[in-house]
Design a protein around this ligand. Structure first.
Ligand code: G3I
Length: 370
């Protein structure tokens, strides 16, 4: 199978009359993009994106090129997209994103090799056939996916959301021990995170291997419990010599949960003390149940919450910040059942509004990087 390369992607774009890699202006009439402001701070800013958005939404495409240095495919590096049927791999969506990233001089990270969601229908029954079959499937997926993307993706969420949600969390799922009960855990046993990391490392010893999770940011008993569970997992993995390089903190923040910098910074410092790199990987903000009376006031409140969080993350040693979508247009916060607001109001949880105009949240990023 042909690998995905930036050079091939850039050549394809040149043939199509698009700008070659590295020529995207770092600054426009609107001032420097967040990617430039982050760089000045020694940080990286990026966003999740879907291939279809880049193909069909020229304005969003231009915004992403200006603002983001790092892209993570929202769908295109998940198992259901990459291996919809056993043994049939489809990199077409990812190739589209790689092409655009090459033109905008952007890097990519991969998300995700092991997750209990975004599984094609055939996968869970196949995993249930037993550990030997499950391990072979994971090895083959990693061999093909990491082999194909080797020159364009150097950082992978190897395991996504392995930690169980403690009692009190939005969707409590305590699980046996610290880990979530998933088809992967059931098939491969409680050491499946370590196994997945080792398989990925075996494929390429220079990749950055990340475990990514959510629900560890708030100042609540259940978030503290989840932080403790994640810390225990990291300690155990490192004691056993597992190849874990980084922790991804999703940061799907909710303003109805309190946030306090101190416990969050202490948690980040503990991870850093273990030698782990840190990244905020999927940041967005859900507004509180009781909304301020005007859009301006709502946006200012989101921005203040954002800035407090970002400053804490920076102080805790995070230097990589991805939002889960740049704009309120087409946001999963609005489209996904169970996540969208009970009152039908569209939450304004991204740095740009539906018309792609910068909001105070975007200014909060700029100030935090400043
Ligand atoms: O596969 C079909 C595609 O063929 C079709 O064109 C499209 C039309 O809507 O639907 C596609 O399925 C979508 C699927 O993602 C693709 O994997 C579903 O509609 C869509 O609801 C689904 O949701 C995504 C979800 O992950 C599962 O992959 C969300 O867009 C995405 O924002 C969400 O992202 C997760 C992170 O990966 C992990 N952390 C939480 C975050 C939010 O849930």
């Amino acid at each position: 199978m042909a690998g995905i390369t930036r050079r091939a992607a850039a050549a394809g774009l040149a043939a199509a009359g698009c700008a070659p890699a590295g020529r995207v202006p770092a600054q426009t009439g609107d001032g420097p993009g967040l990617r430039v402001l982050a760089r000045a701070r020694g940080a990286v800013f990026g966003t999740a994106i879907r291939a279809v958005q880049l193909r069909e939404d020229a304005a969003l495409r231009a915004l992403v090129a200006r603002e983001a240095e790092l892209l993570v495919p929202e769908w295109e590096t998940k198992w259901d997209t990459l291996q919809p049927q056993e043994g049939r791999f489809d990199f077409s969506g990812l190739q589209d994103i790689v092409n655009h990233a090459a033109a905008a001089n952007q890097r990519l990270r991969g998300h995700t090799l092991v997750w209990h969601e975004a599984m094609p229908p055939w996968l869970a029954p196949a995993l249930a056939e037993g550990p030997a079959r499950a391990q072979r499937l994971l090895e083959e997926h990693c061999r093909v996916v990491l082999g194909t993307t080797v020159t364009v993706i150097r950082d992978w969420d190897v395991v996504n959301e392995p930690i169980a949600n403690p009692p009190g969390a939005d969707h409590p799922a305590p699980g046996p021990g610290d880990l979530r009960d998933t088809p992967w855990r059931r098939a491969l046993g409680p050491d499946y995170v370590e196994l997945a990391l080792r398989i990925a490392r075996q494929q390429d010893c220079t990749l950055r291997l990340t475990v990514n999770d959510y629900g560890v940011e708030a100042d609540t008993p259940w978030a503290a419990d989840k932080r403790a569970r994640l810390l225990r997992l990291c300690r155990r993995l490192l004691e056993r010599g597992a190849p874990l390089d980084a922790i991804g903190i999703q940061a799907h923040l909710q303003m109805r949960h309190p946030f306090r910098a101190e416990p969050f910074i202490a948690f980040l410092q503990e991870l850093r003390g273990m030698g782990l790199a840190l990244a905020v990987t999927e940041m967005d903000v859900r507004e509180p149940d009781a909304l301020a009376p005007t859009l301006e006031a709502r946006d200012e409140a989101v921005a203040a919450f954002t800035e407090t969080f970002l400053r804490a993350a920076l102080e805790g040693g995070v230097r990589s910040f991805l939002v889960w979508g740049l704009s309120d247009r087409d946001s999963w916060l609005v489209s996904m059942p169970g996540v969208r607001r009970w009152d039908g109001v569209a939450t304004r949880g991204h740095p740009f509004d539906e018309q792609l105009r910068p909001k105070p949240m975007r200014a909060a990023f700029a100030r935090a990087f400043g």
